[in-house]
Ligand binder design. Structure first.
Ligand SMILES: Nc1ncnc2c1ncn2[C@@H]1O[C@H](COP(=O)(O)OP(=O)(O)O)[C@@H](O)[C@H]1O
Ligand SMILES: [Mg+2]
Length: 224
């Protein structure tokens, strides 16, 4: 049995912008899966919006995920045979949003991420950065309160990564709580809070506003 996380105490406030850093295998994705109600901690408790979640039914957890939480992953996870607009609408699979409303909100979300002109494109015709923006539109079109991103810029070149980060900053400025796992120091530097996870333990890093950057996460990760 692997203990992926232990003795972790982490509190995320509404409107926070938090980066989770640390080497591979440290427990970062496990942490994000718990925050996203995809996994349950084997011991301890996770409170979502003040509500203990360990005893919630799968049905209730699925409802919270679908309405309150958005997910963005490194590999985009778009369906290749569906257009950008159809992919975004998949966010509404859960629940009873009428079709007209779904289309309207999916269009608005794609417009928001700057892809109004790509709505009818299949993912294969989009650049990596555009695909990730479709995934972000899918994650936010339901109006979640919490956005969880696991290495969202890991497959992107610098220009596309910057576009995604700019979008995250805007969403956070509008009140969306944001937790991003990243190996990229530039991504971590943009967050208001940084938490380092190493061997399953979490430590909040002090803010370093200027040149005194913490040690490179990528270098430490390469050793594991
Ligand atoms: N489903 C699983 N079953 C068993 N071990 C797992 C599972 N998922 C992750 N682990 C282990 O838990 C530890 C933390 O993994 P993970 O959270 O994916 O780390 P990170 O995202 O920081 O690379 C690793 O040792 C990993 O091998
Ligand atoms: Mg991971």
């Amino acid at each position: 049995m692997v203990t992926a996380l232990s003795d972790v105490v982490l509190s995320v406030a509404p409107g926070d912008h938090l980066a989770i850093v640390g080497p591979s295998g440290a427990g970062k994705s496990t942490m994000l899966n718990i925050l996203g109600l995809l996994d349950r901690p084997s011991t301890g408790e996770y409170l979502f919006d003040g509500e203990p979640t360990s005893r919630l039914s799968e049905r209730r957890r699925a409802a919270l995920r679908a309405t309150q939480i958005g997910f963005v992953f490194q590999a985009f996870h778009l369906l290749p045979a569906r257009t950008a607009l159809e992919n975004v609408q998949l966010a509404f699979l859960y629940g009873a949003v009428p079709r007209g409303e779904r289309v309207h909100r999916a269009r608005a979300a794609l417009d928001r991420v700057g892809l109004a002109h790509r709505m009818s494109f299949l993912p294969g015709l989009l650049s990596g950065g555009e695909r990730q923006r479709v995934a972000i539109a899918r994650a936010v079109c339901t109006g979640p309160r919490l956005l969880l991103a696991d290495e969202p810029t890991g497959n992107l070149d610098r220009a596309n990564a910057d576009a995604v980060l700019g979008l995250f900053d805007e969403l956070n400025a509008d009140g969306l709580t944001l937790v991003t796992i990243t190996h990229d120091q530039r991504v971590a530097d943009r967050a208001r809070r940084r938490v380092r996870i190493e061997q399953g333990r979490a430590t909040e890093l002090p803010r370093t506003p200027d040149a005194t950057a913490p040690p490179s996460v990528a270098v430490q990760g390469a050793a594991s």
